[in-house]
Design a protein around this ligand. Structure first.
Ligand SMILES: NC(=O)c1ccc[n+]([C@@H]2O[C@H](COP(=O)([O-])OP(=O)(O)OC[C@H]3O[C@@H](n4cnc5c(N)ncnc54)[C@H](O)[C@@H]3O)[C@@H](O)[C@H]2O)c1
Length: 317
């Protein structure tokens, strides 16, 4: 299959999609792949700065012109639940329904646990996690309506953009990693709750050169090398895979966690018990736990590598 097969007009013809944070970066790459496949797309974006403190609506105009006729860009703050509901209903009304929801909008406010301002925690959780719930809460009745109208409906698709920081952890990313881990939980529940409505839900941990990559200030040589490599990763690869997940071919792929790093595609395992032990009659004693952690459990402990350490190999670009 050539790289552009899933983008050829027709694969997503007639599908109606919503992309949050689709005005730039990875969200724009996804919106482009969806319109390239023939879907109609509504982008919800407020032109936020990386930390979400400022807005620039020139970004929205630029996205509208890049995406062209198959798309509409709405100026919406996805952390505002009422604004989200109004925008989702309007988008579904305009497009005649909804099939695809991509939760991609996110901001970054890093700070070590012992320094992070609780207001920054709230802003990150609101934008990177609660917003995805607001969008799904408003969009899922539209997805279910499509399934009610046609019992053979199987075109519903939810793709949540997470981050490897959410399951590896990363220094100073308490809020960001917690929000992304929460979004993974939301993905699993969406896969279950929406299964009967012909809708799949999957998560992608992306890697792609965006303004966020450009903003990395390396603290050492290893980080400088990481940044250099990361700047070469085209976000279009994430767009192509997301578009494939939204196609009919992926109708039985749900509840999964993927990674896309340039031409590399990862399927991640998800936590399941790695070891099991049963307490002696009467419950655990310190001695019994000491034995367990000196033996079987010791061998199964997860290391504490960060995602930057794990993915320090050169990307295939
Ligand atoms: N770039 C990477 O390598 C990378 C790595 C891991 C995860 N991610 C994830 O991929 C997604 C996109 O990242 P990116 O690098 O393209 O980021 P980006 O900052 O370039 O783009 C984010 C988009 O979200 C929008 N947005 C932010 N807050 C919003 C709000 N309240 N309402 C509406 N729109 C809002 C911004 O305006 C922007 O268009 C994010 O979820 C991010 O966490 C990216």
């Amino acid at each position: 299959m050539s790289a552009a097969d899933d983008e050829k007009p027709g694969v997503l013809a007639g599908r109606r999609a919503l992309v949050t944070g689709g005005a730039q970066g990875i969200g724009l790459a996804i919106a482009r792949a969806l319109t390239g496949g023939g879907a109609r797309v509504t982008v919800l974006d407020n032109g936020a700065s990386i930390d979400g403190r400022e807005q620039d609506d020139a970004v929205l105009k630029q996205a509208a012109s890049v995406l062209g006729e198959g798309a509409r860009v709405l100026d919406v703050d996805v952390s505002d639940r009422d604004a989200v509901r109004a925008a989702v209903d309007m988008a579904a009304g305009d497009m005649g329904g909804l099939d695809i929801v991509i939760n991609n909008a996110a901001i970054l406010r890093d700070g070590f646990l012992f320094k992070l301002d609780p207001a920054d925690w709230d802003a990150v959780i609101a934008t990177n996690l609660s917003a995805a719930f607001y969008v799904l809460s408003a969009a899922s009745p539209h997805l279910r309506a499509a399934a009610k109208a046609d019992p053979r409906y199987d075109a519903g698709r939810i793709v949540n953009i997470v981050s490897s920081a959410g399951f590896f952890g990363n220094f100073g990313q308490a809020a960001y990693a917690s929000a992304k881990a929460g979004l993974m939980g939301l993905t699993r529940v969406a896969a279950l709750d929406m299964a009967r409505s012909g809708t799949t839900a999957n998560a992608i941990a992306p890697f792609g050169a965006t303004r966020v990559t450009e903003s990395i200030r390396p603290a050492n040589d290893a980080q400088a090398a990481y940044k250099e490599q990361a700047l070469g990763i085209d976000a279009a690869h994430v767009g192509r895979f997301a578009a494939w997940l939204c196609s009919s071919a992926a109708g039985d792929v749900t509840g999964q966690l993927f990674g896309v790093r340039g031409r590399e595609l990862f399927l991640f395992s998800q936590p399941r018990p790695a070891a099991r032990a049963v307490a002696p009659e009467g419950g655990w004693t310190a001695a019994a736990l000491n034995d367990l952690f000196a033996g079987e459990f010791r061998e199964s402990l997860t290391d504490n590598q960060t995602d930057l350490e794990y993915f320090n190999t050169p990307p295939v670009i």
